[in-house]
Write a protein that binds this ligand. Structure first.
Ligand code: ADP
Length: 872
């Protein structure tokens, strides 16, 4: 009937209301069905058929569905496609629904199975192995702006790590870039909410509720033991925990005690720097071509995740960096030991994530088996490493974390079969000999099975039907089957068989004996399942109780894997241990760019190593030379070497002495980004402005062709002014690549600036790029030679040559675009003063016709001018 809502539709709509903007997976038998717009979205993302079912409001209802048994794969694609999903399960059986209808006096035939949303699946709250990338952390973050400052709570619920931190409003972008969260939540109703963030009730973001929830979860009276947390941090935690509560429908995932993170301990990098250095992702997206891909030799997913974290947040504490480096160095020296450690780690299950699933109530017997195996191996690794000599301090600190699970490993060892299944409902994971009652039950059903086999032989004998069989299926249970032509013989009233079913070719019977044995199997089976279930709960509880210690073991293993992987990487290509010092220097001998070098090696080319020596008296290098000459590569390799060193990794150089850097900035001139279609020059200037306001004397800045996104004059002028500011005001270490020869004039006025270029030669009319960084300014730009190299037709190059000749002649006559720069006042301040003079105040005064003003207007004007003057 059009217009009338069926009970099922009413139930669906009520659930959809709860699901909000999540897609609703509505369980119907063996399928999850989606309706209305949800169906359209899902069918699009999943590329599955969109159909219709019934109608609503006079319109057919769009529908699509996915089978329950393969739902994980579909979920993964939806989450990747940016969707969130609410899962509505049937929470009673059809029989229960009928019984309920009877009690409630509603028609039994129309009884509707009750359904409820049991979970929300969102990008930041996944724990399933199939939905997570093994080598990438999966972070959920919540932000809470509180009076000019922002609290940020982040958690990787697949491993339970939780961090709280606070930053200024302006630094939020950089912080979120570091976290790389797959889901960000924020209080609703603010206009500064980051793009893509999910807005939640602002009342949930209160420091009181954050404090209370954290104390409740960790069962402590105060959070003092975990650290000192500011109000914004706790407010963010409040929002985060409320969200987790919501998506888990009351089941909390694994959460370790929060750690207060102090931004001062890490090398600051903003979002633009991260993306231009391609730390975790290449510019085109994806891990391929990124720094982490070029460095990562970890043999475990947890190690790879830790490495990504290290590279995202390098340290600024010399002692801590030194500790990491010492461990890498130790494993670097002893190849045999390193191989042994890596081989051991390779077979290690991902215990951090197994623990995450177990604590979230989604663990399987297999996860418990992984904990048993992983923790057992950790202990063996400890025993092995304890025998090694000259252990570095970091290793000594890690070793105790590898052990201490003896009782649990032993218990799980006795309780579980060797390879427990992923499905728990069918049982079969508790080992024999662990529970005698369970063994008896199994024996009972084993005996009954044998008895049934014996019955088959006996009935064949008795009936003389050699093809008689005893079979089993899900509907009838056990039954006796004979071919149709023998059916009649067994039909006789006194045959001892009772008829159950006649098929085209076969007739099926039951017998008292068979029924008895079958019941015995069913009963014993049910009891056995219940017993296994109870054991499972106990085993889970044990892991939950030990969760913090297990997580520490997982973290220690990951740290060892990172160090061993880095030592391995270093050994592959002759990387060295950097010396990290306090002095503001950067002395790199034979530096290389790990990503470019790997790419070249792929095509059989050799990378040319280059030195870089910045110090107090020579801290800004202008690097010129032809396009494609290797300027960008040189700039970035030095930034990457700093980053690697402070992350505690060996570096691709033959020697490196690095003065600690507090902030790293990398900027690329706009035209490289043209393809991304933003107002690129504006972006370039905004990003450059950030450097000028945030860089300190201890920072390291690389600027690649900044100023190129605009006209030649503007570009040169800006590049000039930026170099001056970096040199005079910030006084930090800086590499500046440019194709403006005119900037060479700066060498005369800036005492800590020197000129360099990438070498090139023209040989028999062809350009040879040597990729060698040499002292002095670039003599020419070789633009036409590069064009020829790039395959621009000879006729065009020839024409360009004659145009160029004309231009150069003109330049020689007028002195070129930098002709006026020789007279530029020595100090930037003088330029400013000059600019001040042409201000608007003066213009306004000049334009004022005093005679035409009434005394009252004059007074008002005076006030206005005074106000304007006050604003400057
Ligand atoms: P530029 O910034 O001067 O235009 P790039 O740094 O982008 O030049 O380098 C262009 C290409 O030259 C790189 O993609 C790489 O293939 C090659 N190249 C750069 N530096 C080196 C080097 N040191 N050794 C070998 N090849 C290099």
């Amino acid at each position: 009937m059009a217009g009338q809502i069926t009970p099922m539709m009413a139930q669906y709509l009520a659930l959809k209301e709860q699901a909000g903007d999540c897609l609703l997976f509505y369980r119907m038998g063996d399928f999850f069905e989606l309706f209305f717009d949800d169906a359209k979205v899902a069918a699009g993302v999943l590329d599955i058929a969109l159909t219709t079912r019934g109608e609503h409001g006079g319109e057919p209802v769009p529908m699509c569905g996915v089978p329950v048994h393969s739902a994980e794969g579909y979920l993964a694609r939806l989450i990747k496609g940016g969707c969130r999903v609410a899962i509505a399960e049937q929470v009673e059986t059809p029989e229960e629904a009928k019984a309920r209808a009877k009690r409630e006096g509603t028609p039994v035939s129309k009884a509707l199975v009750a359904r409820d949303i049991v979970r929300f699946v969102t990008a930041g709250t996944l724990t399933e192995e199939a939905l997570l990338e093994p080598r990438r952390a999966n972070v959920l973050a919540a932000i809470a702006p509180v009076r000019g400052s922002v609290g940020v709570a982040s958690v990787d619920i697949s491993t339970g790590r939780m961090e709280l931190e606070e930053c200024g409003e302006g630094a939020l972008g950089a912080l979120l870039a570091r976290l790389g969260a797959s889901e960000v939540i924020a209080p609703e109703g603010r206009d500064d909410t980051p793009d893509g963030a999910i807005e939640r009730d602002a009342r949930e973001f209160s420091s009181e509720s954050g404090d209370k929830r954290l104390r409740a979860i960790h069962e402590v009276a105060t959070l003092d033991a975990f650290g000192t947390f500011s109000r914004p941090m706790l407010a963010a935690a409040g929002g985060l925990l409320a969200y987790l509560d919501h998506v888990g429908r009351g089941t909390m995932p694994l959460l370790l005690p929060p750690v207060a993170r102090d931004g001062a301990g890490t090398l600051a990098m903003d979002a633009a720097t991260r993306s231009s250095l391609e730390i975790l992702e290449a510019q085109g997206g994806g891990r391929r071509g990124s720094l982490v891909a070029a460095v990562d030799r970890c043999v475990t997913g947890a190690g790879a995740r830790q490495l990504a974290e290290d590279l995202s947040a390098p340290l600024t504490d010399r002692a801590a960096i030194g500790e990491r480096l010492a461990l890498v160095g130790w494993l670097h020296e002893d190849q045999l030991l390193r191989d042994e450690v890596r081989t051991a780690l390779k077979s290690l299950p991902d215990i951090g994530r197994a623990l995450g699933r177990v604590v979230a109530g989604r663990g399987s017997p297999r996860d418990l088996g992984q904990l048993r195996d992983g923790l057992g191996m950790a202990r063996q690794l400890r025993d092995r490493l304890r025998q090694a000599e000259d252990r570095p301090p970091l290793l000594d600190a890690l070793l105790p974390e590898l052990a201490g699970h003896g009782a649990l490993v032993d218990h799980y060892g006795r309780a579980l079969v060797t390879t427990p299944p992923t499905e728990r409902a069918k049982g079969g994971f508790i080992a024999e000999g662990y529970d005698h009652a369970l063994d008896d039950l199994r024996q009972t059903s084993g005996n009954a099975r044998r008895a049934i086999a014996a019955l088959e032989a006996k009935y064949r004998d008795e009936t003389g039907v050699g093809s008689l069989k005893i079979k089993h299926n899900g509907v009838l249970g056990y039954f006796i089957e004979v071919p149709a032509r023998h059916g009649d013989a067994l039909m006789a009233a006194d045959s001892g068989f009772t008829h159950r079913q006649t098929l085209a070719n076969a007739v099926r019977f039951n017998s008292l004996h068979l029924h008895e044995e079958a019941s015995r199997i069913a009963e014993a089976g049910a009891h056995a399942l219940a017993a296994e279930e109870a054991h499972f709960e106990e085993l889970v509880e044990e892991a939950v109780a030990a969760r913090e210690a297990i997580a520490r073991t997982a973290a220690a293993l990951a740290r060892i894997d990172v160090a061993a992987g880095n030592a391995e990487r270093a050994a592959e290509d002759g990387w060295t241990m950097p010396e990290v010092v306090d002095a503001p220097c950067l002395e790199i001998e034979g530096g290389r760019h790990p990503v470019v070098e790997a790419a070249l090696a792929g095509s059989g080319e050799r990378f040319v190593a280059n030195d870089c020596t910045l110090g107090e008296t020579d801290r800004l290098w202008l690097v010129g030379g032809p396009n494609m000459g290797g300027k960008s590569t040189f700039l970035r390799q030095n930034a990457l070497i700093v980053l690697l060193a402070q992350a505690g990794c060996f570096v691709p150089a033959s020697a490196a002495r690095i003065g600690l850097v507090d902030r790293l900035f990398s900027r690329v001139g706009a035209s490289d980004n043209l393809a991304r279609g933003r107002s690129t020059f504006m972006v370039e200037m905004v990003e450059t402005a950030a450097i000028l306001s945030q860089a300190t004397e201890r920072s390291f800045v690389i600027l690649d062709e900044v100023g190129r996104g605009t006209s030649t004059y503007d570009g040169l002028a800006l590049a000039w002014a930026v170099v001056e500011a970096v040199h005079d005001t910030i006084a930090c270490r800086c590499l500046f690549a440019t194709h403006y020869h005119e900037l060479a004039l700066l060498a005369d006025r800036c005492e800590a600036l020197s000129l360099h270029h990438v070498r090139a030669r023209e040989w028999k009319g062809d350009l040879v790029l040597l990729h060698e960084v040499a002292e002095g300014s670039a003599d020419r730009s070789y633009g036409l030679a590069v064009a020829k190299l790039a395959g621009v037709p000879a006729a065009v190059v020839k024409r360009a040559r004659s145009v160029l000749d004309k231009l150069e002649k003109g330049r020689a006559e007028t002195g070129g675009i930098a002709a006026g720069l020789g007279d530029l006042p020595l100090f930037a301040a003088a330029v400013e003063a000059e600019e001040e003079q042409c201000d608007t105040l003066r213009d306004e005064l000049r334009a004022l016709d005093i005679d035409a003003l009434s005394p009252r207007d004059a007074l008002e004007k005076l006030y206005e001018l005074k106000r304007e003057a006050g604003e400057r």
